[in-house]
Design a protein around this ligand. Structure first.
Ligand code: GRG
Length: 295
């Protein structure tokens, strides 16, 4: 990784962290336990992949950095909420997230449920207050995030995922699930950045195609890491999918074919960027980062 790209990634992570810090309610204000748990679940960890994608797409289109900060916060707040709820005993029942006890372990289940609810509401507030180019764009961004997070996106994918435990899925069904569960928010990250930069229809189509490939790539790498990685490196329980008898790319294809599919998706994502009439270097570098990541 070149020094300047690593420096850019570090800078985006830092500004996202401080933007989130400013948006989240202070731990000292009532209800203090809820606020503390919201901050615990959102700050101080995570790759900030969705903010990075959002800033990369937006900066390529000369978007206002403050608008990108708001969109990045909205994405990360939805992501944090999904992780808190996913870790609950009624869902994936996990005790470790980002190398620390999960929210319901550190606090309690009722608090974790409320944390997710409150983070989701705060995400939409961030977008509604964004310094987006126009009211029309802001509404389009709110609708886009709602669709990506809801029943036709992440929540729908999670519902399919829960029903798939112990079941047999076809590869098409697995892809249908992941396009929603993981892919929808990754796609929204790229497109929210593009909207901040007032992207035209052609740019939105090209970036949407790129993001759908990058989203599936992200998931298949996640499956490979779950099968191969260690709990210490990942900061979450490794081997969880196999233990729960969940269909994954690795369980369905085996490691070697899963790696081949990841290579194909990586190439398709990079190829999709060629259709963009603006500088996509950072998105290309992020695609490599997604493919080569080790946690
Ligand atoms: C509960 C509505 C609801 C949805 C949950 C995101 C999700 C849907 C479940 C998480 C389970 C999981 C491991 C999904 C695979 C891909 C994924 C989203 C991994 C976690 O995202 P990262 O790697 O996490 O970006 P960090 O910690 O880096 O932010």
């Amino acid at each position: 990784m070149s020094d300047s790209f690593a420096h850019w990634m570090a800078a985006i992570r830092l500004r996202t962290e401080s933007a989130l810090d400013r948006r989240l309610p202070a731990s000292a204000t009532a209800p203090a336990r809820l606020h503390e748990a919201m901050r615990y679940s959102t700050l101080g960890g995570g790759k900030r992949m969705r903010p990075l994608l959002c800033h990369a797409a937006g900066a390529a289109l000369a978007a206002d950095a403050r608008a990108l900060d708001a969109a990045a916060c909205a994405l990360e707040l939805i992501h944090a909420y999904s992780l808190v709820h996913d870790d609950l005993p009624c869902m994936d029942d996990d005790m470790l997230r980002r190398g620390r006890p999960t929210c319901h372990v550190e606090f309690d289940q009722a608090t974790a449920l409320l944390v997710g609810d409150a983070l989701q509401a705060l995400a939409f507030q961030a977008l509604a207050e964004a310094a987006a180019p126009s009211c029309q764009r802001r509404l389009a961004m709110i609708a886009l995030l709602a669709q990506a997070a809801g029943a036709r996106g992440m929540v729908g994918g999670q519902a399919i995922d829960l029903a798939a435990v112990g079941a047999t899925l076809t590869l098409e069904e697995l892809e249908f699930m992941h396009i929603r569960k993981t892919g929808a928010l990754i796609r929204a990250a790229v497109l929210l950045g593009a909207h901040c930069g007032e992207a035209d229809d052609a740019a939105l189509v090209a970036l949407g195609h790129y993001a759908s490939r990058a989203g599936l790539l992200f998931q298949i790498v996640d499956d490979i890491l779950d099968a191969e990685g260690s709990t210490i490196t990942l900061g979450k329980t490794a081997g969880k999918d196999a233990a729960r008898n969940k269909p994954t790319y690795v369980s369905m294809l085996g490691l070697s074919r899963a790696r081949e599919l990841a290579a194909t998706l990586r190439a398709q994502a990079q190829e999709a960027l060629c259709a963009c009439a603006f500088d996509t270097t950072r998105l290309a570098r992020l695609t490599d980062y997604i493919a080569d990541r080790t946690f």
